[in-house]
Design a protein around this ligand. Structure first.
Ligand code: GTP
Ligand code: MG
Length: 610
């Protein structure tokens, strides 16, 4: 049966069109009924995925082509979620590598291609979005070839088949002047080019069941769901199984309560499955990604890649601001703890550590976006939180030398802004490693940068390039600590009393800096209401109304016009704050505050920190 299965992953840089292509593979394979509507980017089923238009979690699906079932894993393109791509590649036998015809290979293209080539996979290259008028498919093709050469692809891999496509419009062809009718050439290429799953039998068709867990999620009814490709043997609902850690220790013993196979957008219960197929299993409580599930007679774990360590952490604490509990329903340390533990259970990339204070938890993950998404999700569920500044996680090497994470940063900017970007990046201890003109008066700059220095830079980068710059980052390695990096250059304006902000007061404060709140906003002592134009913090009065000498003057006050306040969205707020500050997150508001609200406490803490 496994001869009639193909397992593939779709990989690419962020936004190069993976999820959109899968939509059309569905439609054209007849997997969906004629009258069934496929929503746009149907695989991006999470709320935040739909809203932000990005894939956050890899997901598996399958389509039928003739009598062959093609299991397809749609992977996330954003670098924060890149760690998972590597693991997913170990469960497929082929990859479809998408490259945007206009952008060409980007940093994350390089990252995923490198992983695929290293595993010996032979990619099918799809130059996508050929419909775009600014595309240059030939240049993109050349660049992909160069990339493969640079990544030491072997002869076989270099001989990759190439298709030109518009995933969105649902067609692909062998050549640019093809008929542009449908995606059949891609289905055919998959059947022809991707081998059927290798099934290890050792001449014995009844090898015992074993499977490596590659993905993890939670289902409200079934509980923990473990997904992977069955490595050996066959398995039935009700079979006794156990889970082994990477070093072959038994983690838990149980039974298969549900076996699910992927059919189009749904997971369908099946009674039985066999080697080569990708399935989801319910019935275990602790086993996780990189563990082996097998019948009890199997004592050796399958080889697996260790889970990437988190590189960034924030503290999630109970909101203790004077406005706490007004907007959210979920505010106690117990509910926050339960929620975080549940998250860690379904998400391998997130680690929760309890801290000395019972009201705060350290949450570690792969990047600002990933943790930002978690905070945003919790806020919508009704949580209130106080979040600390993100910090990168250092490591020690064997000689006790401090190491920190480094990233490769690729920037595309107009030549006019090149100088500013290089200067700002070098302040953040980044090294310029490449500079090439990329046409149309733009240059492409490549940097090697400590991740620590990049926290909070994106907003500044957009301002510096008038919103025209494009920045891409991807995790590279842990390396020697680069020494102190200068933080935020400016101080903040701090409210000196509680109450509603008065527009007139804010108007007068505008000359002190940039205001971040509006007239009428609720404030409290120690809350940050703006950025000071100098490097020190300044306590200010936001309640000071104009002296009311007569009615007309008061009427005039309403005519006072404030420049639009610079309200920071969540991720920017997190990156903006210093160590002695917090972001207060509630379902309705995002406020910045001093960790210690009263001036004398702040002074005391600052002294202690010296
Ligand atoms: N012009 C054009 N646009 C496309 C094509 N395919 C996708 N897009 C657009 O590109 C954007 C990104 O598409 P997605 O399918 O979400 O890309 P993705 O690779 O899944 O993105 P991530 O999962 O976040 O990495 C969407 O706005 C699509 O409408 C195409 O063939 N042509
Ligand atoms: Mg996607």
């Amino acid at each position: 049966m496994s001869k009639n299965i193909r397992n593939i992953a779709i990989i690419a840089h962020v936004d190069h069109g993976k999820t959109t292509l899968v939509d059309n593979l569905f439609k054209q394979s007849g997997t969906v009924r004629e009258n069934q509507r496929v929503e746009e980017r149907a695989m991006d089923s999470g709320d935040l995925e739909r809203e932000r238009g990005i894939t956050i979690l890899a997901k598996c699906t399958s389509v039928m082509w003739g009598d062959t079932r093609i299991n397809i894993v749609d992977t996330p393109g954003h670098a924060d979620f890149g760690g998972e791509v590597e693991r997913i590649l170990s469960m497929v036998d082929g990859v479809v590598l998408l490259v945007d015809a206009a952008e060409g290979p980007m940093p994350q293209t390089k990252f995923v291609t490198m992983k695929a080539l290293a595993l010996g996979l032979k990619p099918i290259v799809v130059v996508n979005k050929v419909d775009k008028p600014d595309g240059d498919p030939d240049a993109a093709t050349d660049a992909v070839f160069d990339l493969f050469v640079n990544l030491d692809a072997n002869e076989d891999q270099l001989d990759f088949p190439i298709l030109y496509a518009s995933g969105r419009d649902g067609w692909c062809d062998d050549s640019l002047d093809g008929p542009r009718e449908n995606l059949h050439p891609l289905f055919e290429k998959v059947l022809e080019h991707v081998p059927a799953p290798k099934v290890v039998t050792d001449g014995n068709a009844d090898k015992p069941f074993s499977m490596l867990v590659s993905m993890l999620d939670r289902d409200n009814f079934l509980g923990r769901i473990l997904t992977g490709r069955i490595e050996t043997g066959r398995v039935k609902v009700g079979d006794p199984i156990h889970a082994l850690s990477r070093d072959s220790k038994v983690i838990e013993v149980g039974r298969i309560s549900k076996l699910l196979s992927f059919r189009g957008l749904e997971r369908t219960p099946v009674e039985e499955a066999e080697a080569g197929d990708i399935v989801a299993i319910a019935g275990l409580q602790t086993a996780t990604v990189a563990d082996t599930i097998a019948v009890p007679e199997v004592k050796e774990a399958l080889h697996s890649i260790p889970v990437d360590p988190p590189t960034l952490a924030m503290t999630f604490a109970v909101n203790d601001s004077p406005l706490a509990g007004r907007e959210g329903k979920l505010v106690t340390s117990r509910v926050i703890r339960d929620r975080l533990m549940k998250e860690a259970e379904g998400n391998v990339a997130i680690k929760i550590t309890e801290t000395e204070s019972k009201d705060a938890f350290e949450v570690a993950g792969r990047g600002e976006l990933q943790l930002g998404v978690l905070i945003e999700t919790m806020r919508r569920e009704g949580f209130e939180l106080a979040i600390s500044r993100p910090r990168v996680l250092m490591k020690m090497d064997e000689n006790c030398k401090k190491l920190e994470p480094y990233e490769t940063v690729q920037v595309d900017v107009d030549e006019a802004y090149q100088g500013t970007v290089v200067e700002k990046m070098s302040l953040r201890k980044a090294e310029l490693t490449g500079m090439v003109p990329s046409g149309g008066g733009k240059v492409r700059l490549t940097f090697d940068a400590p991740a620590r220095g990049l926290i909070g830079y994106h907003g500044e980068f957009l301002t510096d390039t008038r919103g025209t710059g494009i920045m891409n980052r991807s995790y590279d390695r842990y390396d020697a600590y680069k020494g102190p990096i200068q933080g935020r250059q400016r101080g903040v304006l701090v409210a000196n009393a509680s109450g509603k902000a008065v527009t007139y007061a804010l108007f007068n404060l505008q000359e002190r800096g940039v205001i971040m709140i509006e007239g009428g906003d609720e404030c409290y002592e120690g809350m940050i209401i703006g950025e000071h134009s100098r490097d020190n913090d300044l306590d200010v009065n936001v309640q000071k109304a104009k002296q009311l000498t007569n009615i007309r003057a008061a009427g005039k006050d309403e005519a006072v016009k404030l420049t639009t306040p610079r309200k920071l969205p969540l991720e920017e707020a997190l990156a903006y704050i210093n160590d002695d500050e917090l972001v207060e997150v509630t379902p309705e508001s995002i406020r910045l505050r001093k960790r210690f609200l009263l001036p004398h406490e702040r002074k005391k803490a600052a002294k202690a920190a010296e």
